[in-house]
Design a protein around this ligand. Structure first.
Ligand code: TTP
Ligand code: MG
Ligand code: MG
Length: 366
């Protein structure tokens, strides 16, 4: 196979400040003002966290995940718009956008409510200039039909394309040709690498690895010693711009439910009772959609707003409610044994779904 035949062309599309941009589109009077979309907790008042904010609000320091109270403080001297999340609206718009994107892809993978990877290798015949023109076309169509802006990264693989999409936000288009992939990544802070969360970032910094380029220079054996075989190899490849994972269709991302407890607690029985209710609800949606799942996860938001998740992959697909309940309980108990924090929110999710009938569209689930 020649180099050309092996080179893939992947476009990663990510909508700009998605939830807030949807709100702006529905309410033109919000334009030019800071817009903050909030997840208010069941406790009432201003309790809760920022889901996302438009770029005007970001200039004041507002960020996803920040307490609403803090965002209000940052914006106290300006006329700002604070809104509760409206998932139904975002899911509907997301569904429309995803169907536009599918029309441009030979292979398609939706990665979250506002982003997708498109394999466009065949239709651009390995040509990155043609891919750039195609990406401009996508941006124009989404702007014309949906009145929304997005950012796109075009690169030889999903990993670099995703980082490329975030490189010139908002309304950006970044093309990274195969020869430049490694140099493109090299100066970026290590936290930008997919798979490097806050904890791993800390470990990397302790090892003197500040940029992706620093990581690329480490010997693979040394990385395996610190991170284990699987992650060590992944970090080595990723830092060098190598990612062979295919763009694959996922019939559905996940079915999940999360709730805020009446009060922060460390009482396993109290949390488990709430967890059972969530499992029942998730199970009902699994059965209604004639799905089977292979992974069960729990999400926990602790009293200090830190977010934790634990996932278990099963040996085979199932739709058994008792399995869902037992595995999520076990994950909860294990988390609580290893942590001294009170729990504020608890959630459960099933992923790796397979579907008997693939009729239902993704946008029906959240
Ligand atoms: P992102 O694509 O990460 O962020 P964004 O679209 O708001 O902004 P950007 O221009 O940087 O892409 O997430 C998509 C949506 O997911 C976001 O609009 C709201 C939601 N979200 C949360 O609810 N909480 C979070 O912590 C993050 C990061 C996103
Ligand atoms: Mg986005
Ligand atoms: Mg996104």
């Amino acid at each position: 196979m020649s180099t050309l035949e092996k080179t893939r062309v992947i476009a990663h599309v990510d909508l700009d400040y998605f939830f807030a941009q949807c709100e702006e589109r529905e309410n033109p009077t919000y334009k030019d003002k800071p817009v903050v979309v909030c997840v208010y907790s069941a406790r009432g008042g201003e309790s809760g966290a920022v889901s996302t904010a438009n770029y005007i609000a970001r200039k004041f320091g507002v960020k996803s995940g920040m307490p609403i109270v803090l965002a209000k403080r940052l914006l106290k001297d300006v006329e700002a718009v604070f809104l509760p999340v409206n998932h139904e609206l975002y899911r509907r718009i997301s569904g429309e956008i995803m169907s536009i994107l599918r029309g441009y892809a030979d292979g398609f993978e939706q990665e979250s409510i506002d982003e997708a990877s498109l394999d466009v290798t065949d239709r651009v015949e390995h040509d990155f200039n043609r891919a750039k023109a195609l990406a401009s076309g996508i941006k124009n169509e989404i702007l014309d039909k949906e009145r929304l802006t997005c950012s796109i990264g075009v690169a030889p693989n999903k990993l670099v394309a995703k980082i490329g999409a975030g490189f010139q936000k908002p309304n950006g288009l970044t093309v990274v040709i195969p020869e430049d992939a490694k140099n493109f990544l090299s100066p970026l802070p290590i936290g930008k690498l997919y798979g490097v969360g806050r904890k791993t970032e800390k470990t990397m910094l302790e090892l003197g690895i500040k940029t992706i380029g620093d990581l690329a220079q480490r010997r693979i054996e040394d990385l395996i010693k610190v991170f284990g075989m699987k992650l060590g190899i992944y970090f080595h490849d990723a830092a060098n711009g190598i990612d062979e994972s295919p763009v694959h269709e996922r019939s559905i991302l996940q079915i999940s439910r999360i709730t805020t407890l009446k009060e922060d607690t460390r009482d396993v029985d109290e949390v488990a009772e709430e967890l059972d209710r969530l499992c029942e609800d998730v199970h009902k949606r699994v059965v209604d959609g004639t799905f089977r799942f292979r992974s069960v996860g729990i999400m926990i938001v602790a009293e200090n707003m830190s977010i934790h998740s634990r996932t278990r992959t099963l040996n085979s697909h199932t739709n058994d409610s008792e399995t869902l309940r037992a595995v999520s309980h076990e994950l909860l108990e294990r988390f609580m044994k290893g942590s001294h924090l009170n729990i504020r929110r608890i959630g459960v999710r099933v992923t790796d779904l397979s579907s008997a009938s693939k009729q239902k569209s993704l946008s029906e689930y959240g």
